[in-house]
Design a protein around this ligand. Structure first.
Ligand SMILES: Cc1cc2nc3c(=O)[nH]c(=O)nc-3n(C[C@H](O)[C@H](O)[C@H](O)COP(=O)(O)OP(=O)(O)OC[C@H]3O[C@@H](n4cnc5c(N)ncnc54)[C@H](O)[C@@H]3O)c2cc1C
Length: 398
């Protein structure tokens, strides 16, 4: 039973980022354990790969924009040493209604102040059409264009970061299930993984859609719901330029699209609760109990979400005419998790010394994961974290 300075459970972006930052923070023996035979096998492989300063334009008091800028920098630096498919063409948030056009204008001033004048522009419909000729200019009001945004291949980025973790001396154990978190006398002592006890006084749980179930085994309850999200790639489309910015349509189900493999990658941000989770939660409520042991996202569900996205995309062909002719070539699905107040979960589990939780990815974990991993590492190694992340305290529900 060898001792470790830290154990991280989960080889998606949250776990890999935590492990990498724990090494960077100076820990000697850091072990990352992942159940699947490869890293980024679950929700992280499903990510659409949009990296952008999503919170730019909101109050500076919130930690999210700082997380985003840190993440963007980290991936840019990673792309200098690894192939992660990074394509820097910016993102255009496109307004199709007068109300959103007005909101966009007022957001523009704030974004300019936060990111710098050269990082953001308000585009007229014709300017947008020049950058993204697939958009019909007569059907849009304008766009807020942010240069500081790019796309990447999420699984490749996670694996590249893990390579750096290993190069720093970190240890990976793949294909190994953590069945138990060992707690004694209010302190974490380690885990049982693959039937073997592995000791450590620090354990970071970054188990994605399985976080809730794993914590339930040690009596910690989180109101975490796993949802199903899907995105698809179309057949090659001659009219899609490779250098087109990523596009988002906040007035239309947050439909997003970007160039991918000579076609388009398409998705939207509706929330579909994982059906068995919902059913089980509802039955518990009907019995007068609070839902407790629901293992979110664990059983394979037939994916119907992308059919809905396809239908929505085709119905938007008056704005983006090429959507009228798309066919699905590849679908990816994952299980992002959400909590009632729609903030992340990052911090020490109340009452258990040395047990740190990282979850509630809110479907933006590729962007926020690097910064959240750094925060958890600072907390676990140095005992401090920025005060703004009090909003992410795992025990905030009492
Ligand atoms: C369709 C879609 C589009 C998205 N688009 C974007 C986007 O454009 N930009 C963005 O920023 N984010 C996006 N996201 C969100 C992003 O993918 C997630 O936020 C992120 O991948 C979550 O990472 P994670 O590490 O928490 O989860 P996961 O990647 O699921 O990792 C958790 C890991 O823990 C492992 N695990 C669980 N239990 C155990 C156990 N007991 N023992 C060992 N290992 C265990 C699992 O096998 C899994 O590999 C998207 C997600 C989807 C599904």
């Amino acid at each position: 039973m060898a001792g470790n300075d830290a154990i991280v459970i989960g080889g998606g972006i949250f776990g890999v980022s935590a492990a990498y930052h724990l090494k960077k923070a100076g820990l000697e023996r850091v072990l990352l354990i992942e159940r699947e035979p490869v890293l980024a096998a679950q929700t992280s492989q499903g990510a659409a790969g949009f990296l952008a300063p999503w919170w730019a334009g909101s109050s500076n008091e919130q930690p999210e924009l700082a997380l985003e800028l840190y993440g963007l920098d980290l991936y840019r630096s990673l792309a200098k040493r690894h192939q992660i498919g990074l394509r820097q063409h910016g993102i255009a948030h496109v307004a199709t209604t007068a109300a959103n056009q007005a909101a966009m204008r007022s957001r523009y001033e704030l974004v300019r102040a936060q990111l710098g004048e050269d990082q953001v522009a308000l585009l007229s419909p014709d300017q947008l059409h020049e950058l993204a000729p697939i958009v019909e200019p007569s059907q849009v009001r304008g766009a807020l264009f942010m240069r500081n945004a790019f796309s990447l291949v999420a699984a490749e980025a996670v694996r590249a970061l893990a390579d750096e973790f290993v190069a720093l001396g970190g240890e990976l154990r793949l294909g190994t299930d953590v069945s138990e978190i060992v707690i004694d006398d209010g302190r974490v002592r380690g885990v049982v993984a693959g039937g073997q006890a592995i000791m450590s006084g620090r354990v970071v749980v970054a188990a994605g859609a399985w976080l809730r179930r794993l914590l339930h085994t040690v009596g910690i309850e989180l109101p975490l719901v796993a949802t199903q999200a899907a995105r698809f790639v179309t057949q090659p489309l001659a009219s899609v330029p490779p250098t087109m910015p990523m596009l988002m349509f906040p007035d239309y189900h947050n439909l997003y699209l970007r160039t991918e493999q000579d076609g388009l990658l398409i998705g939207c941000e509706e929330i579909v609760v994982h059906p068995p989770t919902l059913q089980s939660d509802l039955s518990a409520l009907q019995r007068g109990q609070l839902p407790q042991a629901v293992a979110a996202g664990v059983s394979p569900v037939a994916d119907t979400t992308h059919h809905y996205h396809l239908w929505l995309a085709r119905a938007f062909a008056h704005v983006v005419p090429v959507l009228g002719e798309i066919a699905v070539r590849e679908v990816r699905v994952g299980y992002p998790t959400r909590v009632p107040d729609m903030r992340h979960v990052a911090g020490q589990a109340g009452g258990v010394h040395g047990l740190f939780l990282l979850g509630a990815d809110l479907e933006c974990g590729m962007t926020h994961g690097p910064g959240l991993g750094r925060i958890i590492a600072d907390l676990a190694v140095h005992g401090h974290a920025p005060p703004e992340i009090a909003a992410y305290q795992p025990d905030r529900w009492g």
